[in-house]
Write a protein that binds this ligand. Structure first.
Ligand SMILES: *Cc1c(COP(=O)(O)O)cnc(C)c1O
Length: 376
């Protein structure tokens, strides 16, 4: 799709905001002696992995984290040279290209460890492995009862360097939740067992929420994702700046009479004569249809309600007796600095989290434009 012909709806990504956020997080981490891994999985949470990666490195990240090996290799192909960790693939992934490109790999089981070791011996290079202990999320990671066997096997693998042990928190976004300390205690036990097996690994545990609220859990490396994009999972008053703005423009205005109804199903009826503005962004562009009747946009220096159903390609804004010019800027969500709508507000309205809103903005029909970070 020719991106330049698809500016009806676009996301603006402020790379200076990302650099600023990562610098803030990296400063926190450095105060506890930890390095910073910016998590850029899922195409940089919908912001674009490569530009985000560069901005994050500029901001002080010395590691980047991806979910899949393919995501990590895309970064390498784009010339990103910092340490990369990829952590979750299907069992048929070929680890060899990752090992050759110096991508650190996660292992949660004997099976994963031996597939990584086999790939390493095929390539002739050593694999850099982060062993993952499940401390209570009960998702991926090695269960504690199998851990002693995993660390012993890893220590005995001649083609594998164990770089780190790591885990992931279930409830870090609820500071004070008892599971956090329980997971930290299990992590300590896992570390002791790794040391007993003869390993001397780094440790990492903290996501954004723990980076912001639990300096005692920073260990050697923190792994913030969402906070780097300026969204705060713990609502602290830290100066995080949302990097993504979703905008469009007015393409048509019209006057309708009181009693006329708007959009499919006629769910909204004008109670007075009013002016409607048509905005060419709909659910195919990332506006959840479940926001129908429950959203407003920033248009002409104020909030205005979106009326009637959100359609596939368009929404309709009630402008009262104002008549915005065709081409007027419409912000669907953004940093919210002037009181405009935010991704968080969308999430709260429809019962999800802002992670899902921004990650869902990676769509071929929505143009992506970068601000700041010039020349890189
Ligand atoms: C996504 C992810 C993170 C980042 O989490 P945030 O809540 O976005 O900071 C960290 N570690 C792992 C293993 C993840 O999957």
């Amino acid at each position: 799709m020719n991106a330049d012909l698809h500016r009806r709806a676009e996301v603006l990504i402020d790379l200076d905001a990302i650099r600023h956020n990562i610098a803030l997080l990296a400063e926190r981490a450095a105060a506890s002696g930890a390095a910073t891994m910016a998590v850029v999985k899922a195409d940089g949470y919908g912001h674009g992995a490569v530009p985000v990666a560069r901005a994050a490195v500029d901001g002080g990240a010395t590691w980047l984290g991806t979910c899949s090996l393919a995501e990590a290799l895309d970064l390498r192909a784009a010339g990103v040279t910092v340490r990369l960790l990829s952590w979750l693939d299907s069992d048929d992934v070929d680890f060899a290209p990752g090992i050759e490109q110096g991508v650190d790999l996660a292992a949660s089981s004997m099976g994963e460890l031996s597939r990584i070791a086999a790939a390493a011996s095929r390539t002739g290079a050593r694999a850099r492995v982060h062993l993952k202990i499940d401390t209570g999320l009960n998702r991926n990671g090695c269960p504690p009862e199998s851990w002693p066997q995993l660390v012993k096997a890893a220590a005995a693998e001649s083609d594998v360097d164990v770089v780190a042990i790591w885990s992931h928190l279930a409830c870090a976004d609820e500071p004070g939740h008892p599971s956090i300390d329980l997971q930290a205690a299990r992590f300590d036990t896992a570390y002791s067992q790794a040391r007993e097996a003869g390993l001397n690994p780094l440790r990492h545990l903290a996501n954004s929420a723990a980076t912001l609220t639990r300096p005692d859990l920073h260990f050697d490396l923190v792994r913030p994702g969402i906070a780097g994009y300026g969204l705060n999972p713990v609502s602290t008053d830290d100066d995080l700046r949302p990097a993504m703005t979703f905008r469009s423009t007015v393409v048509l205005t019209k006057r309708i009479a009181a009693g006329e109804s708007v959009s499919y199903g006629h769910t909204w009826t004008a109670s007075r004569d009013t002016t409607l503005a048509l905005v060419p962004a709909g659910y195919a562009d990332g506006v959840p249809r479940t926001l129908s009747g429950r959203m407003s946009v920033w248009l002409g220096g104020m909030r205005r309600p979106v009326v009637g159903r959100v359609c596939m390609d368009q929404i309709v804004v009630d402008c009262g007796d104002d008549e915005p010019p065709v081409g007027a800027d419409v912000v669907l969500f953004g940093a919210g600095a002037e009181g405009g709508p935010t991704a968080r507000e969308w999430a709260d309205t429809i019962g999800t989290i802002d992670y899902e809103i921004v990650t869902g903005m990676y769509r071929p029909r929505v143009h992506r434009r970068y601000l700041g970070g010039a020349g890189r």
